[in-house]
Design a protein around this ligand. Structure first.
Ligand SMILES: Nc1ncnc2c1ncn2[C@@H]1O[C@H](COP(=O)(O)OP(=O)(O)OP(=O)(O)O)[C@@H](O)[C@H]1O
Ligand SMILES: [Mg+2]
Length: 302
């Protein structure tokens, strides 16, 4: 993994409707850094500022104060070319299928790369590549996006951003509204894309299960501020705090919290089933060892 910081957010503050009675600070002193090639999950309760934050990454939102640096360059520095940042950071908004408008899926996917002024042969090559990454069959490309299912439309929209070959792909709830199978497919496609291309991915999700499964590090937002930013195991080890922030933790983590509550000596930083198995084995081994020691002198007594 390259060592450069692809995204650096410094003391970012963003206020909606400044000076009005309904003024609201949606982001307050937010700072963090993403290294190139990372897969970052962003979670937080409704209204915590997730969508407001990611809209800063490609310049859709302009900071009220603070800085947004992409690949070391301040996006809002005097004389900076905002357009170049829009190509560096690809943003897939919530329900992106509502933004499809071309006559064919191929034309919709081609829209971004064409806008970049690329030669037509390269545009076509990128359309094919992006369609494959998004799991779209080539036979669908000639069809109108409006003839497709909801899940397929969503893939077309995602492919349209992938076709720009951004250095950072940012997705706001890409699995929202899909059935469990549709969720898993789309998210594992994004993971494969991340693995194959090395593109940095920032994924906003309400689902702790999804974040646990796919992300390297997790940014937890709470009421416009960063509550945590750490690796998946480190964040899930703080499950009680997550619950206090109104976030759910994976079901498997909840079981372990319950076991601990019931008096078992057991680690609770468990967020996947294989790790759960290991943790139970470890706890059993520790119990056996304690039991063996206990036979000699009642080590279990308080
Ligand atoms: N266009 C807007 N005008 C005024 N306030 C807004 C606007 N968009 C968002 N807000 C407010 O900013 C705060 C953060 O909203 P944001 O949409 O970024 O949260 P979120 O974490 O994405 O929520 P959700 O999980 O529901 O998508 C909320 O208090 C919200 O009411
Ligand atoms: Mg949102």
């Amino acid at each position: 993994m390259p060592e450069n910081d692809i995204l650096k957010i410094e003391h970012l503050r963003y206020v909606y409707n400044p000076g009005m009675p309904d003024e609201v600070a949606a982001l307050d002193d937010v700072s963090f850094t993403v290294r190139e090639g990372e897969f970052i999950g962003v979670i937080g309760a409704t209204g915590s500022g997730k969508s407001t934050l990611i809209a800063h990454f490609n310049g859709l939102n302009k900071p009220t104060s603070g800085r947004v640096l992409v690949d070391g360059r301040d996006m809002w520095a005097p004389g900076a070319d905002l357009r170049s940042f829009r190509f560096l950071v690809g943003l897939v908004m919530q329900y992106p299928e509502y933004q499809l408008f071309e006559e064919t899926c191929a034309a919709d996917i081609a829209y971004g790369p064409r806008n970049m002024g690329l030669p037509e042969t390269e545009v076509q090559e990128r359309v094919k590549e992006a369609a494959a990454f998004a799991g779209l069959d080539e036979s669908l490309l000639k069809r109108s996006p409006f003839e497709l299912s909801g899940g397929q439309k969503r893939r077309v929209a995602i492919a349209g951003v992938m076709a720009m070959r951004p250095r950072v792909l940012v997705l706001d709830e890409p699995a929202a509204g899909l059935d469990p199978e549709g969720r898993d497919t789309i998210l594992s496609q994004i993971r494969d894309y991340h693995r194959k291309t090395g593109t940095t991915v920032v994924l906003v999700s309400h689902s702790m299960e999804d974040i646990a499964k796919y992300a390297d590090r997790v940014l937890v937002l709470d009421k416009a501020k960063v509550a945590m930013f750490d690796t998946v195991p480190a964040v899930f080890a703080r499950a009680p705090e997550l619950l206090a922030l109104g976030l759910s933790v994976p079901q498997i983590t909840q079981i372990f919290l319950k076991l601990k509550e019931m008096g078992l000596t057991i680690d609770t930083d468990v967020y996947t089933v294989p790790y759960a198995v290991k943790t139970i084995q470890k706890a059993l081994a520790a119990k056996r060892a304690a039991g063996a020691a206990g036979e000699g002198g009642g080590a279990d007594a308080p």
